[in-house]
Ligand binder design. Structure first.
Ligand code: GRF
Length: 197
């Protein structure tokens, strides 16, 4: 069994998944300058760049992306800071085997700048969510969440740092569950069978 990870930048979630010893067949980035590509290469993981700017439209980019992913025949496709919206055709193709991590407690704060918005709203609890991807941005059946308290003097950066530490914990865990057959999507509902972890 294996996963393919899609990144656009830093790739710290990708790194956490690699460091958890999970089987990563390839790392693919839409951004040739993504910092995470270097780390994957130092670990001997095949990397590919599919630069969205070289395609006429989203449909053509998504088709090329899917074609490349499918050459690795992964069991699961893992979005890890992948900053492109994916078309319905792409999402449908990976129904039940495409996951994302989002830096908020969904359904609160879909979209960008989640930590700034959480502070502006004055929420006392914030966190991150692993979910199956559907064609609605940052929605989709929830697999795992981790919550942290928001502190009085928090800045978006401080909050991001503490949430990220939780991302690095729950994302490898969710990927492991999936690869061990403990996590499935059954008609838009998440089923998890955990043992004693
Ligand atoms: C993470 O906060 C993730 O939740 C969001 O984008 C960020 C990616 O960070 N989707 P990294 O590239 O994994 O370091």
């Amino acid at each position: 069994k294996s996963v393919v990870i899609l990144i656009s930048g830093r790739g710290s979630n990708m790194q956490a998944i690699l460091e958890a010893g999970l089987p990563v067949a390839a790392v693919i980035s839409n951004n040739p300058a993504a910092e995470g590509l270097m780390f994957a290469q130092t670990r001997g993981i095949p990397t590919q760049v599919i630069d969205h700017r070289t395609f006429p439209d989203r449909k053509a980019f998504d088709a090329a992306l899917a074609e490349t992913i499918d050459t690795y025949q992964p069991d699961l496709v893992v979005l890890a800071g992948f900053m492109r919206i994916l078309s319905e055709a792409f999402v449908d193709h990976y129904q039940g085997r495409l996951v994302n991590i989002h830096p908020s407690l969904l359904p609160a704060f879909p979209g960008l700048d989640t930590h700034t918005r959480a502070l502006q709203e004055g929420v006392k609890i914030h966190g991150c969510t692993v979910h199956f991807v559907t064609s609605q941005l940052d929605h989709g059946p929830i697999i795992a969440q981790a919550a942290i308290p928001v502190l009085t003097d928090d800045t978006p950066t401080m909050l991001a740092t503490r949430v990220l530490a939780q991302e690095h914990r729950i994302y490898p865990q969710a990927v492991r569950w999936f690869l061990q057959g403990q996590l499935t999507l059954v008609e838009n509902r998440v089923e998890i069978k955990t043992t004693s972890d």
